[in-house]
Design a protein around this ligand. Structure first.
Ligand code: NAP
Length: 539
């Protein structure tokens, strides 16, 4: 009889973009390690989000891993913003190429983690009852991996298919000839609505607050273009490393008020027609910090919406009035606004006519019943800390991480948190992952965590924990970055607001991510290592 090994020096939780690279680094170093993944296969975000229209909004070639020249040389991204199936194929290719699958266990959802101060190890309990122990745990559990369906009366009564976009079924969902309702108009809703509008018989969008959104401007990548991209990879990653958001787009540093209005508009015309986050990331910095500058760019984007939507009343409903452009995470769209010019697409403003309940045949609002065959909940996530809250994590003296972070996370560099020794977070709360091009900050985080582990192993360190001073200082830096930005006033996930999670009040900011830019984040990590990790308590 063979018994599966259940103790490891390092356990990585999650086989998404972070966990895949983390296990690569660990196994390369010969460290006794494994990945535990709750899903039945790897891929994380790109395994789960199978809804029609799901794709990158970072340029594909800035999203892929940079660690292997061979991988860069052989992979062909077929689109500038590649779609979910291709992204999942890519992650599988990486795992297979580097033989990482053999270091992963699937259907292994960690439900609880308890620190054992005597044995200096973590005890992990899985949903299926299995138990593991590890000296160190590294979490790669994602920033947007705890979906939050709404809490609407009657949801279980609906007779047809209904699901949150995160759980869009693997098997094809027949949509042709169906009456589909979508609740939610964030980045996910905007992608799914635009993609299915011409495939369904009727599409009814239930919108609470509209979002600003600008064109993705996607296009295929030919063999020749891919060859050119490959020849530039060093330059591309160097550009990402010095740009605030981890993209190739760089801010216009001339100063908003130094540039005449006509020139500003000319720049915005150019950026609006450019791919990806150009209008956000290649704009003037002032739009994020100065109300007047923000109003001007918001008016510009509002006019673009008015030009694209034929019915002026519908156009006004699609223009956010409660927050300015760039204050929430910007969704990128492909013909989203034109979708509302179609006869089979209907916009229901649920601030005017609230949803009262879901019935067996559709959605009942304050003044109408909408007959539906399929209901899609594109209602977002308990972002950043949600995935931690779903595991019962108990640290020193049995203290609960959920309790420590009740009013918002507190970390050291987004990687450690005091009271929870030997637990390291990649893409954790208050890292730059949530605020910049995700994999770029992940590589920075994984490399730093791996160096720290190597330092611990080389020095016979069996216990490491964030010191109080370092954590407090990082709180100060994280907060300072929010305080300087208009986004602190937003109701999006950047500030941790979510109407479907109890206790989240509008205006009460949870300092979820580090908004001080990618390069600053990388520099702070580098500095901490160069100072011999002096903010960490070693034992
Ligand atoms: P989201 O941005 O949080 O949007 C959720 C939407 O659902 C909002 O419109 C929200 O309205 C609405 N909603 C939530 N609860 C509701 C309720 N009870 N009743 C009615 N409406 C409700 O979530 P998301 O669209 O899933 O996007 C989350 C993040 O995932 C994005 O910001 C982005 O970072 C990432 N993402 C990335 C891509 C990509 O292209 N790579 C694609 C999709 C998502 P309110 O605004 O009024 O709360």
């Amino acid at each position: 009889m063979t018994t599966e090994k259940r103790h490891f020096d390092v356990i990585v939780i999650g086989a998404g973009v972070a966990g895949i690279y983390q296990i690569k680094r660990l196994t390369d170093l010969g460290i006794d390690s494994i990945v535990l993944e709750g899903d039945e296969d790897l891929g994380g975000t790109w395994y789960r989000n199978r809804y029609p229209g799901a794709r990158f909004d970072s340029e594909s070639y800035t999203y892929g891993y940079s660690f292997s020249q061979e991988l860069l040389d052989e992979w062909h991204w077929t689109e500038r913003f590649s779609s979910q199936p291709e992204n999942l194929r890519y992650l599988n290719h990486v795992a297979d190429k580097f033989d990482l699958r053999s270091h992963m266990r699937f259907n292994a959802r960690v439900e609880a983690m308890t620190w054992d101060e005597d044995a200096l190890q973590w005890h992990l309990e899985l949903q299926n009852g299995d138990k593991y122990t590890a000296r160190f745990v590294i979490t790669g559990i994602g920033v947007l991996s705890a979906p939050t369906p709404p809490r609407i009366k009657g949801m279980d009564d609906f007779a047809g298919p209904s699901f949150h976009t995160y759980w869009w079924p693997k098997e094809p969902v027949p949509l042709a000839g169906k009456r589909v309702g979508v609740i939610g108009t964030g980045a996910t809703g905007i992608q799914v609505i635009a993609e299915i509008a011409d495939k369904v018989s009727e599409l009814t969008v239930f919108q609470r607050r509209p979002n600003w959104s600008t064109p993705l401007n996607n296009s295929p990548i030919s063999e020749e273009e891919m060859a050119e991209i490959r020849s530039r990879y060093d330059e591309i990653f160097a550009n990402c490393a010095i740009s605030p958001g981890g993209f190739e787009h760089v801010p216009d540093r001339r100063g908003f008020w130094n540039v005449p209005k006509e020139e500003r508009i000319a720049l915005w015309d150019k950026l609006y027609a450019s791919p990806g986050f150009a209008l956000l990331a290649a704009n003037f910095r002032e739009i994020f910090i100065d109300e007047e500058a923000n109003k001007e760019i918001s008016d510009y984007v509002a006019n673009r919406i008015r030009q694209r939507v034929h019915d002026p009343k519908v156009a006004e409903k699609l223009i956010p009035k409660d927050h300015g452009f760039g204050m929430q995470r910007l969704p990128l769209e492909t013909h989203y606004f034109e979708t509302y010019n179609r006869d089979n697409v209907h916009l229901v403003d649920i601030t005017e006519t609230p949803i009262e309940r879901i019935t067996s045949t559709g959605i009942q609002t304050a003044n109408s019943h909408y007959d539906l065959d399929v209901i899609v909940y594109a209602t977002g996530f308990d972002a950043v800390t949600g995935a931690f809250d779903r595991m019962k994590i108990r640290g020193v003296d049995g203290a609960s991480l959920g309790d420590k972070w009740r009013d918002g996370p507190s970390t050291y560099l987004g990687i450690l948190t005091k009271g929870f020794p030997n637990m390291m977070m990649v893409a954790g709360p208050q890292s730059a992952s949530g605020s910049t091009n995700y994999p770029r900050a992940i590589e920075t985080g994984v490399n730093w965590v791996t160096d720290l582990l190597q330092h611990a192993i080389a020095n016979g360190i069996t216990r490491l924990e964030a010191g109080a001073d370092g954590e407090q200082e990082w709180q100060h830096e994280v907060k300072k970055a929010y305080d300087g930005l208009l986004l602190r006033k937003s109701q999006g996930w950047f500030t941790g607001y979510n109407s479907n999670v109890a206790g989240r009040e509008v205006g009460k900011v949870r300092y979820q991510a580090f908004f001080g830019t990618g390069p600053k984040y990388a520099a702070r990590l580098k500095q901490a290592a160069e100072r011999g990790y002096s903010d960490i308590m070693f034992g």
